[in-house]
Design a protein around this ligand. Sequence first.
Ligand code: SF4
Length: 250
Amino acid sequence: MKGKKRVFLGILSFSFVFFAVLLIAFVYSLNSGKTEFYRYFMIATAFFLLTVTVLVGIALAVSFYVILSRRSSKSAISFISSFVDLFYPIVLFASRVLRIKEEKIEQSYIAIKDFFFNKDLKRYEPKDILILAPHCIQYSGCKFKVTYDIDNCRKCGKCQINDLVNLKEKYGINVAVATGGTLARKIVKDLRPKVIIAIACERDLTSGMQDVKHIPVYGIINDRPNGPCFNTRVDVSEVENMVKKLLNGG
Ligand code: SF4
């Protein structure tokens, strides 16, 4: 987990240095302009670079403060959580320049968001908790339609939908299976949970966590022993541990 967080923060640090160097270069070339228009263009660009550099610097400083301090204020956590979302495209762009696999950035983004989630854990009622699982976790040969209504599962044990239904019955929480982002958004709109445990692949989790801004989301990356989107699996003990934490407030 520590290593995964470092990838994102490392690239953010690289971006900070990159923007700072670019800013210095622009400031030095301010007086070399031949026309007034050129000078104004350079001043505007330098001002833009200064703003981005300062924002990235603040984001880095607050990130390290929240990560290294034992207790951090809620406002610092929510501030930096939004900043991580805001700077995700910059980090993604920098990772392409540095030829780092996108999946690594997504894993790092999820690790950081989960870390901040854990730092600001609250107690929730069972009815306010939603486990959102991907459709590919269902056994491909199963003829029962569990999307949206997981109670259609006959609990034969051929896939982990069985385990998720058990969690639903044991803790009285909401569990739903979605085929994609559209259905996931509809489920969230209908059930109005106050907290979500989302299970999905790196790409879907990253976009889903950025999508749902007003509800805290804890992301769990699924296992794909049979390749992507086919009979996938999840660490059910990790899901259950998080459910217990949310019910107990930490
Ligand atoms: S556990 Fe449920 S969803 Fe999975 S194969 Fe059996 S009936 Fe289908």
